[in-house]
Design a protein around this ligand. Structure first.
Ligand code: ADP
Length: 853
């Protein structure tokens, strides 16, 4: 059978319709094909269900027809029986009527005959003999008429005038001279009756009727065969369908109707023939024609079909879900494939035997070999450089035996064109979905560029460290609030070794501690200067000079905050050895001091003759007083009182001489630089008194004006030295100019002033000399530059350095009268609030207060 089918199949495939169907099918998109493939079984099931329903309906119709046929047959049989019965009775009655017509019977005989008939036929309820004038001659049995006659005109022997069915029938019987059946409306007691009017004749004349009354109930009971009434609800009905006798089937509910498909299908009615349409025999099958087995089968088939359809739909939905999952899987696979292909990392899979099972696009691109060339290869692989083969073989064996280097390893890889590149290889086991190892996965990254970058970085690091190491300053970086040292150069290591305490000490001594209390370091505001730590790196570098005892060195310390490479806030300390500079500074300071003292001594030396002359006065006076007193004591001309006065005067002169010597001693005494808050007036008076000795000798008048001034923080001896120098130079200039006595005048003004918004004390010495020649002006403050034969030329140079060491400034200018130089003015000022560190010029930093370790 199967072989025959298989033989047939090629022919079937050639059928044009099938060919067209196949072509149509191929034209459809896969999605559509899936959809049709899915719908086809559903349609098949529905078609099957429809076929079953159609077959079932067809059978049902056939069965109904059969049933209908049976009903009709049975009803007609019953009708026949009833008809025969009625005809039979009719014949008997016709015979009786003929006897009555031929006047063979009198009333009694009639009654007898009627009695016999009534007994014989139970459905015959009554017999009445009515004459042509509708008078009741005889009534026998239990005629309803007899009952109605009691209250009706019939009682008087006349039928009621009012036309009724009976009357109509009577009239009809008289007219037609034929037996007339009439089905009379139910009597008041509810029994339905059938009347038979048999016309009576007296010769040819109408002579009344014989009225027979049948009880329809009894007629039904005896007329309908029991096997029929057992199978159907049989009833006698009138023309309007009212049930007169018998039973009617109960009305079916909707379900019953539906099950029976058509309620009217199994009922049938037929008029009872001798009576006509007035009496109908009606039958209806009791049993729902759909049998239990039939309906059961129907429901079984229906349920199975519904279940099949439901299963198909469920299956369809399941398949759809599967399709969606499959689609997602395809997408995922595509995505992964795209990812693998777009990845710059080369991927290679090895099976457990060491065959290449997979390489991605990047791997092929890196090595230059195609996937086809590589897949299936075993060691030695074509991309292994010949010289590294042994090493790579060892590596591969390690790989295959599971000795994996977690951080990967670096190898050289040969491209197809023979060039080499550095690659880093990572190996990991390839585990399948069941958790079994199926091979090894290797990823390869080209690290030629990173290697180059690393080398460059290393080189730049080398350069950087070489520079830092060779620096003659110690550089160290430490995080704020931690003991570790982030960086230290060679000099730092030499001085402080690898410990951070040197860094901390330097920054602490410089007043910029790197260590902050831990609680504070948690906050955004540090404990250093109260500024946000984030702002620290932007802060300017600070520097200070500190003495480190253990090194025996002076160091200039610069600190700077910076954000370290790991984001931490760190402090960088750069310490430069400034011991030689400090020594030089100290030496030059000592020299300057010596120079100042020497200069003062020179000044005094220059003033020696003036001083001698100055001293001569009191000494001469003392001598004169003493001589006078001696001679007067010798002549005993002196009173005790005069002697006392003379002695007091002598003592005063001696005191004066002593004062002069004292002042000169104080002026030239070598002393340590000592700044104190000094009264300007005291200083000026001292200087003026000293200078006046010289000025008086030169016959130069000194006038000075001094305002009320606050004390200034200065070394008074040095300021006095400046003033004496300037006043002496002024007097010498006047002498040199050979001015006449009225013009031999020097003025000293000491006044408050402001320079750059700061209060200062301004000293001005104005002379009436020749002024300063332009060539001298350029070299005025140069040491050992003098225009005087006996001059040393260090006075002004010292004056300027003294003034500037007090943060003051000095200047000189000529005074003119028209184009003629009439004199010269030297001005210098000193700040009132003392020298401030901030405004210190760079060369004077050594003067700053320092921290001594
Ligand atoms: P010395 O007085 O020993 O020459 P100084 O340094 O005091 O040294 O002065 C340098 C020079 O400046 C003097 O030689 C002189 O030429 C000039 N000089 C100083 N003061 C005056 C002045 N008031 N008028 C004119 N020239 C002056």
């Amino acid at each position: 059978m199967q072989t025959r089918l298989s033989q047939l199949l090629p022919y079937l495939r050639e059928l044009p319709a099938l060919v067209r169907l196949r072509q149509w099918w191929r034209r459809q998109s896969p999605h559509r094909q899936d959809r049709y493939a899915m719908l086809a079984p559903l349609v098949a099931v529905l078609l099957f269900l429809a076929a079953i329903v159609a077959a079932f309906g067809y059978l049902r119709l056939e069965e109904m027809e059969r049933e209908q046929e049976a009903v009709r047959r049975d009803v007609e049989y019953a009708q026949q029986r009833m008809r025969l019965r009625l005809l039979e009775r009719q014949e008997e009655l016709v015979r009786l009527a003929q006897e009555v017509s031929s006047q063979e019977l009198d009333a009694d005989q009639f009654r007898n005959r009627a009695n016999v008939l009534l007994n014989q036929y139970p459905e015959l309820q009554g017999l009445s003999w009515i004459d042509e004038r509708r008078r009741l001659r005889v009534a026998h049995g239990n005629p309803s008429l007899a009952h109605s006659l009691v209250n009706s005109p019939v009682r008087s022997g006349v039928l009621p005038e009012k036309p009724s069915e009976t009357e109509n029938a009577f009239a009809l019987a008289r007219e037609l001279r034929q037996p007339i059946y009439v089905q009379r409306s139910a009597t008041p007691d509810g029994t339905a009756l059938l009347e038979l009017h048999l016309p009576l004749h007296s010769r040819t004349r109408f002579a009344g009727v014989l009225l027979a009354e049948y009880s329809l109930d009894t007629l039904y009971r005896y007329g309908v065969p029991s096997e029929v009434s057992a199978r159907y609800a049989v009833s006698l009905r009138d023309s309007r369908g009212e049930v007169l006798a018998g039973s009617s089937a109960p009305k079916r509910n909707r379900a019953g109707q539906w099950l029976g498909w058509a309620s009217h299908a199994n009922e049938y009615e037929v008029p009872v023939s001798p009576v006509g349409n007035g009496l109908v025999l009606h039958a209806q099958a009791y049993r729902a024609s759909l049998g239990v087995v039939g309906s059961g089968l129907f429901w079984l088939v229906g349920t199975l079909s519904v279940m099949t359809a439901w299963m198909l739909i469920a299956n369809w939905r399941h398949t759809r879900r599967r399709m969606q999952a499959q689609q997602a899987l395809v997408l995922e696979t595509n995505f992964r494939r795209a990812m693998e292909n777009s990845m710059p990392t080369g991927m290679r899979a090895l099976d457990l035997q060491g065959h290449i099972t997979y390489v991605n696009a990047a791997f092929c691109q890196m090595t230059g070999w195609s996937e086809r060339e590589l897949v299936g290869c075993t060691a030695p692989f074509p991309y292994w450089p010949e010289e590294d083969r042994d090493m790579l073989m060892g590596r591969l064996e390690d790989e295959l035996t599971g000795r994996v280097t977690p951080g990967g390893f670096q190898v050289r890889v040969k491209r197809k064109d023979g060039t080499l590149f550095d690659a880093r290889i990572y190996v990991s086991p390839l585990i399948d979905a069941r958790g079994l190892q199926t091979g090894w996965m290797t990823s390869m990254t080209d690290i030629t560029e990173p290697n180059r970058v690393r080398e460059q970085l290393y080189a730049s690091y080398e350069r950087f460290t070489t520079v830092l190491e060779a620096l003659d300053a110690s550089v160290s970086v430490a995080p704020l609030g931690a003991d570790e040292l982030l960086f230290a150069n060679k000099l730092y290591r030499l001085w402080f070794h690898e410990q951070s305490n040197g860094h901390v000490r330097l920054s602490t001594q410089a007043g910029l501690p790197a260590r902050v209390s831990t609680e504070d370091s948690q906050d955004s505001v540090d404990g250093l200067v109260g500024m946000p730590t984030s702002a620290l790196p932007d802060a300017d570098a600070e520097n200070a000079e500190v003495y480190v005892e253990e090194l025996g060195k002076w160091l200039e310390v610069r600190t700077r905050y910076l954000t370290w490479v790991d984001g931490r806030l760190a402090q960088m300390v750069i310490a430069t050895d400034i011991t030689p500079r400090r020594l030089a500074e100290a030496q030059s300071a000592a020299q300057a001091e010596r120079a100042q003292t020497a200069s003062r001594l020179i000044t005094m030396g220059e003033m020696a003759s003036s001083v001698a002359h100055e001293l001569n006065q009191p000494l001469t006076a003392i001598n004169n007083y003493c001589n006078g007193m001696v001679s007067r004591i010798k002549a005993q001309q002196i009173s005790e009182e005069d002697l006392l006065g003379a002695l007091e005067k002598t003592a005063k002169q001696a005191q004066r001489a002593g004062q002069i010597i004292q002042r000169i001693r104080a002026f030239v005494k070598r002393s340590e630089p000592n700044r104190t808050l000094s009264e300007v007036a005291v200083m000026v008076n001292e200087a003026v008194e000293l200078a006046e000795i010289e000025l008086r000798r030169y016959n130069v008048r000194l006038s000075y004006f001094m305002a009320d001034l606050p004390p200034v923080l200065v070394d008074p001896i040095l300021i006095e030295q400046v003033l004496v120098n300037l006043l002496k130079n002024a007097a010498e200039s006047i002498v040199h100019a050979q001015r006449p006595p009225p013009h031999r005048r020097v003025e000293l003004h000491v006044l408050p002033a402001t320079v750059e918004g700061k209060p200062v004390v301004e000293f001005t010495v104005t002379d009436t000399g020749r002024g300063i020649a332009p060539e001298v002006m350029a070299r005025l403050y140069e040491a050992f530059h003098t225009t005087k034969a006996e001059g040393m030329g260090i006075g002004l140079s010292l004056c300027r350095s003294i003034v500037e060491s007090h943060q003051g400034r000095m200047k000189a200018e000529n005074l003119y009268n028209g184009s003629e130089v009439t004199g010269c003015r030297f001005t210098f000022w000193l700040p009132v609030d003392g020298p401030a560190a901030a405004s210190a010029p760079p060369q004077l930093q050594a003067e700053k207060p320092q921290v001594r370790a």
